[in-house]
Design a protein around this ligand. Structure first.
Ligand code: NI
Length: 261
C-alpha cells in the first residue's frame, strides 16, 4: 500500500471530474490507498476539499502558495481557516517562500504571508506543508524564529536543498517528502538527503501533475499511481525492503497528519 502525501488533482490537465475518477481508479489499482491533494490558493483549496468529500481515499491541505499570492483577496485567511476545520483537512499548505522567478510576489509579502499562515496553522492545531525554493536560509530563519508556531509539526515538501541543510531543518523536528526527483539519474543531492534523514522523517509524494518519476520521466500529467516508484526508490536508498518502506511511509504520514485515517 502506498501513500501520496502531496499532489495537485484540481487542474485542467486531468479534464473534468470523470478524468480525476479515472486517475484515482488507476491509483487504487496500483495500491495507492491514501492521497493528500494540496491547495495552492483559495479556489484550489476549495476544490481539493470537494475532492476529499467525494472520494474516501482523498484528504486535502489548504493554503496559499508563495507564487500564487498575487491572487490573495481580503477575507481569504478567514475562508481558508474555515476549511482547516474540515475533518479531512490534514494540513495547512502549501505555504512558504519561492524566490526563483524575478516576477514572483515581493519577498516581503511572501514572508508576511508565510508567517501569517504559520499562525493560522498553530491556531487550527494543524501541521504545515512547506514549499521552499531558492530560499533555504530565509525559510530556515523564519521557521527558527517562529518555532513556537510549529507545535503541530511540518513537512518540507519535495525536499531539494543540500543534505547538510536537512540536518538544520531536522533540529526543527520537520519531516521531508521526496518525489520523482529521487528517481532521476543525476539527483545526487537528493539521494544523499534521503540517506541522511532518519527513516522516521521521510514521506512519499508525486507533486503531480509535475515531476513524473523514471522510467516515465517527461510524461505529463504525472499521477498519484507513480508514487509506488518513489517508495521503491526510497527503499533502495535506505537499504530496507519495499514492504518495510511502505509501512514506514504510512506510519510517518499518520504521525504527522493526525487526521489521516
Ligand atoms: Ni505542490
Amino acid at each position: 500500500m502506498y501513500i501520496d502525501v502531496h499532489c495537485h488533482l484540481t487542474g485542467d490537465e486531468y479534464g473534468e471530474v470523470g478524468g480525476v475518477t479515472a486517475v484515482l481508479e488507476r491509483a487504487t489499482a496500483d495500491g495507492v490507498t491514501r492521497i493528500v491533494c494540496s491547495g495552492f490558493d483559495l479556489s484550489s483549496s476549495i476544490q481539493a476539499c470537494a475532492l476529499a468529500e467525494r472520494f474516501p481515499q482523498v484528504y486535502f491541505s489548504a493554503g496559499f502558495h508563495p507564487s500564487e499570492l498575487n491572487k490573495y483577496q481580503d477575507g481569504d485567511w478567514e475562508k481558508l481557516s474555515a476549511l482547516f476545520m474540515h475533518e479531512k483537512c490534514v494540513a495547512v499548505g502549501e505555504i512558504g517562500l519561492d524566490y526563483h522567478f524575478d516576477d514572483n510576489p515581493p519577498k516581503e509579502f511572501q514572508r508576511a504571508c508565510f508567517i501569517k499562515q504559520l499562525e493560522l496553522a498553530n491556531t487550527a492545531k494543524l501541521p504545515v506543508v512547506i514549499h521552499s525554493r531558492d530560499s533555504a536560509q530565509e525559510t530556515y530563519e523564519i521557521l527558527t524564529e517562529h518555532k513556537a508556531l510549529l507545535n503541530h509539526g511540518g513537512l518540507l515538501h519535495c525536499y531539494s536543498y543540500s543534505p547538510e541543510m536537512s540536518e538544520r531543518f531536522l533540529e526543527l523536528d520537520l519531516y521531508f517528502s521526496f518525489g520523482g526527483t529521487s528517481t532521476f539519474k543525476n539527483a545526487k543531492k537528493v539521494f544523499e538527503s534521503v540517506q541522511r534523514v532518519p527513516a522516521t522523517r521521510i514521506l512519499s509524494e508525486t507533486d503531480c501533475p509535475y515531476l513524473t518519476p523514471t522510467p516515465y520521466r517527461g510524461e505529463f500529467p504525472n499521477e498519484p499511481r507513480r508514487v509506488a516508484l518513489v517508495a521503491k526508490r526510497l527503499a533502495e536508498l535506505k537499504g530496507v525492503s519495499e514492504t518495510d518502506m511502505q509501512e514506514i511511509l504510512f506510519a510517518n504520514a499518520k504521525r504527522l497528519f493526525t487526521k489521516l485515517k
